[in-house]
Structures are given as C-alpha cells and as structure tokens.
Design a protein around this ligand. Structure first.
Ligand code: ADP
Ligand code: MG
Length: 292
C-alpha cells in the first residue's frame, strides 16, 4: 500500500473509531473524490483483522459493506445483514424486525466495526424524506449496537448525510435531530498534491508496480503532466500506467498519451500533447486547480 499524510491520518482515525477511543461510540464519515483510495483503504484495514473460523460460527471483527442502490431504510439494514448471512428471513420488509435480527447477528459474529462504502447510494431521493429516514436508521444502528463502531465512506455528496435533520419517533419528521451529534466531523481523504515529493513517490510506487521505469526530479515536466491527467488520484494513476504499460509505443510520453485517450478521457484536452500544451501551460493548469 502506498501511504501519504492524508491517508495516514484517515487510517489513524479509523483505528480510533474502531477502538472507541473517544469515550462514546462516535461514527465517522470519510469522504473523498472517486479514485482517491477509499475502498482500498477500507479493504486494507479489514485485512488486518482476519476472520476467525470455529466449528460453530465465524467471527468477523471488521465487516465491509458496499452499498448498492438503497431505496428504503430497511434496504440499508438488509445490505448489512447480507454481509453476515445469505439467509434474509421472513418479515424482511419490517425495519424493526431487521434491526433486531442484525443486532443478534452482530453479537453472534463478534463484529467490532462495520465499514459502509458508497454511502451516497442511500441519498438518491429527490424529496429528501428517504434520506432523512436513512440518517435516522444510521442513528438507530449506532444506538442499538453500542459496542459496534460504524464508519461510512462515500463521495463528497455524502456530506449532507450528517447535516440532515430528522425527527424523533414521537415528533415524526420535525427535524430536531442530526446525525452530526453521533459522528465526528466529516473527514476527507485528499488527493495527493502536485509538485511535492509525495507525488514523485506516488508515481514511482505505481510505475514500479506496473513495470514502468521510475521517475526522478529531472522529470518534473512529465510529473506535472501526470498530475494534470489524473488530478492526483492514485486510482486514475494506476489505471493510466496499467494501460500505458501495454501500449506499443516506445516513447513514454506517447505511451501515456495513448493511455490517457483510451482510459481516462478521449474528449478533453490531452495533457501529454506537448505541442498544444507547453510545460508552462501545464503549470498554469496546476496553479488554477490549486486555487479552486
Ligand atoms: N493507498 C494505495 N496504495 C496503492 N494503491 C492504491 C491505494 N489507494 C488506491 N489504490 C489503487 O487505486 C485504485 C482505486 O482506488 P479505490 O480505493 O477504488 O478508490 P475510491 O474507492 O476512493 O474510488 C485501487 O484499485 C488501487 O489499485
Ligand atoms: Mg470506492
């Protein structure tokens, strides 16, 4: 795994949430642009706590749930249940029954931490009512299972989850509760900044993995072009290099150009076109992006 300061910080927080280091069982919402490495981080953390198999039952210290389209709050719970068992059972349409069943399963399998990825999938409604119900369901998940830590991950649109107002059971949806009370403030997994040693190390990590020659500080212009092409997202860099390594071209820039057009964007300007974009133009683009 390639680590950088933002990733280390997120990893430490995941660990603290898992250990319930802040006194109460606070949840954590971790957001980041697509391709910054959220899923990779979740899986890497989960791998540290392997399943323990006994003749009677398997223990899963950390479970990972990737949400797919989630239409109702009960759907949300069922997706967690499915990560523990393939038996969904009767009355799976009733939220309180699924809630109780999930609590039993979490205890039986000794689950300590649930990581829910792609959490923006439960916020797709237009009127916002379903989203409010989702927020309430997440609050109930924390309240019903005080020993189980919860981490949500998603793209930056998931931010609104913590701000949604929803009512207590007695007051319907009057809106005096917010998930933010039960959560730490939203944390971001950031892109890797351009023009720093970390970016050089990241490019070299990915290049080595994919059999491309490593870069040095003499390759600043191409390192800058790589940043423009991938926006500092390790997922896009991995993809770019993987496609580039299979290109027939001999010249590295030509390989990258090929890979960019094939794998990332065939319609926008191409950052590896040295005629259309000079080294200074590229620096201008990086500057303007940092300003945003
Ligand atoms: N820390 C990392 N070290 C090495 N490779 C990584 C790292 N983070 C991401 N990757 C690579 O980038 C790809 C995309 O990352 P992913 O975790 O799916 O991003 P996200 O979930 O934020 O969209 C991964 O499949 C992996 O190949
Ligand atoms: Mg992901």
């Amino acid at each position: 795994m390639f680590t950088h300061p933002s990733l280390s910080k997120c990893l430490e927080l995941i660990d603290q949430i898992h250990q319930q280091s802040f006194g109460k069982n606070y949840g954590l919402l971790l957001t980041g642009l697509s391709g910054v490495g959220k899923t990779y981080l979740a899986k890497a953390y989960q791998a540290r706590f392997p399943t323990v198999c006994t003749p009677e039952v398997n223990y899963y210290p950390v479970i990972y749930v990737k949400l797919t389209e989630t239409k109702t709050a009960t759907d949300f719970l069922i997706q967690i249940v499915k990560s523990l068992t393939s038996v969904i059972g009767k009355s799976a349409n009733k939220a309180h029954i699924v809630q109780d069943r999930l609590a039993v399963l979490l205890t039986a399998h000794r689950v300590q931490l649930i990581i829910i990825d792609e959490v923006q999938e439960c916020l797709t409604d237009i009127d916002g009512i379903t989203s409010q119900r989702m927020a309430k369901q997440i609050a109930a998940l924390l309240d019903n299972n005080p020993k189980v830590s919860v981490i949500l991950m998603g793209t930056p649109v998931a931010s609104r989850l913590l701000r949604l107002k929803y009512g207590k059971l007695t007051h319907r949806l009057k809106g005096e509760e917010q998930l933010s009370r039960r959560f730490l403030s939203e944390q971001r997994l950031h892109i890797i900044p351009s023009r720093c040693e970390c970016w050089l190390l990241c490019c070299n990590y990915c290049a080595t993995q994919l059999g491309l020659p490593p870069f040095t500080l003499n390759n600043k212009p191409i390192l800058n072009r790589l940043h423009v092409a991938t926006d500092g997202r390790i997922g896009l860099l991995t993809k770019l290099f993987a496609i580039a390594s299979s290109s027939k071209h001999k010249n590295l820039l030509a390989k990258l150009e090929d890979a960019y057009l094939l794998g990332i964007n065939s319609s926008a300007y191409n950052p590896f076109d040295t005629i259309a974009l000079s080294d200074d133009d590229i620096i201008g683009i990086l500057d303007s992006r940092e300003f945003d």
